[in-house]
Write a protein of this length. Structure first.
Length: 120
């Protein structure tokens, strides 16, 4: 899996944690939190979150702080929320693009379903 896929999965988990946590959060507050998280992760400050950039580091720190805030136990390297892995980049081929599009479609379908539950 590449870093973008991992970020999408992590973002989905953050959204899920915010929407389906055991602690009651008023609907409006939950929407405000979700919107704030998404606006920051999509902001120009993160420079697209491309691998090996300052924006990627900022996004990783933000996500890590939110996981801590939501009391998610860290299962990464050395008891952190981070896990190091090697990525061999040899180029982009059609199958990579199709896989990314499939993940994005699934993510947005789940996000759409979750938002429909909120705004009922």
């Amino acid at each position: 899996m590449n870093r973008k896929t991992i970020y999408l999965i992590t973002l989905f988990l953050l959204i899920s944690l915010d929407l389906f946590s055991q602690t009651y959060v008023p609907k409006q507050e939950s929407i405000i939190r979700l919107r704030s998280n998404l606006e920051y992760l999509a902001s120009d400050e993160l420079e697209g979150r491309e691998a090996t950039t300052r924006g990627e580091d900022l996004a990783a720190e933000f996500i890590s702080s939110k996981l801590f805030e939501y009391e998610v136990l860290p299962f990464g390297d050395d008891g952190t929320y981070y896990q190091d892995f090697q990525v061999d980049v040899k180029g982009v081929d059609c199958s990579s693009i199709i896989e990314l599009i499939s993940v994005l479609l699934l993510f947005f379908k789940c996000l759409n379903d979750s938002l429909r539950k909120i705004f009922r």
